[in-house]
Design a protein around this ligand. Structure first.
Ligand SMILES: [Fe+2]
Length: 300
């Protein structure tokens, strides 16, 4: 999932994700004109190298070692520094504890294979490389095998506060602390199990929607305050600065199922659980019981 941009200048010309072509093994990455990295040939070549390594990897291979550039290291360090203070103020206690367990470096991007090794020792989940966007079904069915498909590139240096695509900062800072926590690793797997048994694509979309509001953008109450658990919010400087100004509603399955969202935009509506345990129970029950004939007055 992308970092969320909300500034007015981006509206109407929101940059789309990279387009990846594979012509007989020759990988090319094309960035749309509004993409922050458009025209930066060195950045594009680095993205092509990373995409090719992911595409050519055999299933189960560890992620390739990526030589990150000076710009990549600067972006990682800057975003990590800005997020650090915001996390102390707004992240849930479970997130802070899990982030500490993960032990991410501050001054350089980690290698995905090292993050994956740490997570695998804790919960059996692995992070394996993916070149670019992956279908919803492909993403969730990998979760059923405790395999989280992750990008390895870093957002462009010209806009460290924004990425039109889910970059590695989002994957390891946002999702990594979830996956290193056994209760949440189990919930990710249950989401994958749900999609694996579903034939009805509209119900798969429903799973995506509940995952979005509960896992990517989830909020929990702690000590009378609203704290952030969602991977998307916790990997976005901008969203963490703004989430308190959004319309925050109580956790409700039918309301979530009927609430539209745009993964590339600032979220106008978020949902808060009364506690971490309540959010976990809510998601666990939904992922375990959702079936092809489930209906929640969903509008699509
Ligand atoms: Fe995500």
């Amino acid at each position: 999932m992308a970092d969320q941009s909300t500034d007015v200048t981006m509206r109407g010309r929101r940059p789309g994700p990279a387009l990846i072509d594979n012509n007989d093994g020759e990988i090319s990455v094309t960035l749309p004109e509004a993409h922050p990295g458009y025209g930066d040939q060195r950045y594009i070549e680095r993205r092509e190298w990373i995409a090719a390594a992911a595409i050519h990897a055999r299933p189960g291979d560890p992620a390739s070692h990526v030589v990150y550039s000076g710009d990549d290291r600067r972006v990682w360090q800057l975003v990590r520094e800005e997020l650090h203070d915001l996390h102390q103020r707004h992240a849930s206690s479970v997130y802070l504890e899990s982030l500490s367990t993960l032990g991410l470096p501050s001054h350089r991007p980690p290698q995905l294979r090292d993050v994956s090794d740490t997570i695998e020792k804790a919960t059996g989940f692995r992070m394996t490389p993916v070149a670019g966007s992956v279908s919803a079904r492909g993403f969730y069915e990998s979760l059923a095998d405790r395999n989280f498909r992750s990008t390895q590139y870093i957002r462009h240096v010209s806009r460290p506060g924004f990425s039109p695509e889910p970059d590695m900062i989002h994957e390891v800072v946002g999702h990594g602390p979830h996956l290193v926590n056994e209760r949440w690793a189990q919930l990710y797997q249950l989401a994958g199990d749900a999609v694996r048994r579903l034939q009805n694509s509209e119900v798969v979309e429903l799973v995506s929607r509940i995952f979005w509001f509960g896992v990517e953008c989830g909020l929990v109450r702690e000590g009378g305050e609203v704290k952030v658990w969602g991977a998307s919010l916790l990997s976005s400087v901008r969203e963490l600065r703004q989430f308190q100004n959004t319309d925050i509603r109580p956790l409700d399955l039918a309301a979530m199922a009927n609430q539209d969202y745009d993964s590339h935009a600032h979220q106008p509506v978020l949902f808060v659980a009364d506690s971490h345990a309540r959010l976990e129970d809510f998601l666990g029950e939904f992922f375990t019981t959702v079936e092809d004939d489930s209906t929640y007055a969903v509008k699509f």
